[in-house]
Design a protein around this ligand. Structure first.
Ligand code: SF4
Ligand code: SF4
Length: 191
């Protein structure tokens, strides 16, 4: 395939994804045989409203409403157990991550809190090369624009500070030691 064909193909794929954001997830799981091994293996399935097996069925049936009303993919902790055990060898953890990405990109209100939490976490890692817990949570509380949420975490924070598991940290710009990696990832994602 020459360069022009490659560019045309990627443009066609982009257009198709704009029309149907679930398209690449459908491709990932299209050979699912609904055996239920993923649901039986998932350590978080007990708390999910749709089991992983049901989630893949919903994706293949294009039931966007049910998918994004569900908290299943948010509860996925990326343990890779389902991926390891799926008899069809499907990339199920990546598919769950792709659902999280769509929810974040489309700013679905139900996932606002989770999206903000992840963004503040990543920003902290980007600034300092690791997460600075107190600073990260401070940014998160500000981003939530809800001062009461900090009271919920205050007793735990104090407990951890007393055990010297948490330090008081003043927000700073940091030295961005991982900036080159972050830039490369952005470059690959925007291709
Ligand atoms: S384990 Fe694989 S084949 Fe079985 S239901 Fe889950 S995704 Fe489908
Ligand atoms: S990767 Fe996610 S969906 Fe798969 S078993 Fe682990 S928690 Fe469950």
């Amino acid at each position: 395939m020459n360069q022009v064909e490659k560019i045309e193909n990627s443009q066609t794929e982009k257009n198709a994804l704009e029309k149907d954001p679930l398209l690449h997830i459908k491709k990932m799981i299209q050979s699912c045989i609904q055996c239920g091994t993923c649901s039986g293996s998932c350590p978080n399935a007990f708390a999910m409203d749709l089991t992983p097996r049901k989630m893949w069925r919903m994706v293949l049936m294009n039931r966007k409403k049910e998918i994004f009303q569900s908290k299943t993919f948010i509860l996925c902790s990326s343990c890779y157990y389902c991926t390891l055990r799926c008899p069809r060898g499907l990339p199920l953890t990546e598919a769950m991550n792709a659902l999280k990405e769509i929810a974040a990109k489309e700013q679905i209100p139900r996932y606002k809190q989770t999206t903000l939490f992840n963004r503040c976490f990543i920003d902290s890692v980007r600034r300092h090369g690791r997460v600075r817990e107190t600073e990260f949570m401070t940014h998160y509380f500000f981003a939530m624009k809800n001062p009461f949420i900090s009271f919920r975490f205050a007793p735990l924070g104090i407990k951890l500070m007393m055990k010297r598991k948490l330090a008081i940290q003043i927000p700073s710009k940091g030295t961005a030691p991982l900036e080159a990696i972050f830039k490369k990832v952005e470059e690959v994602e925007n291709r």
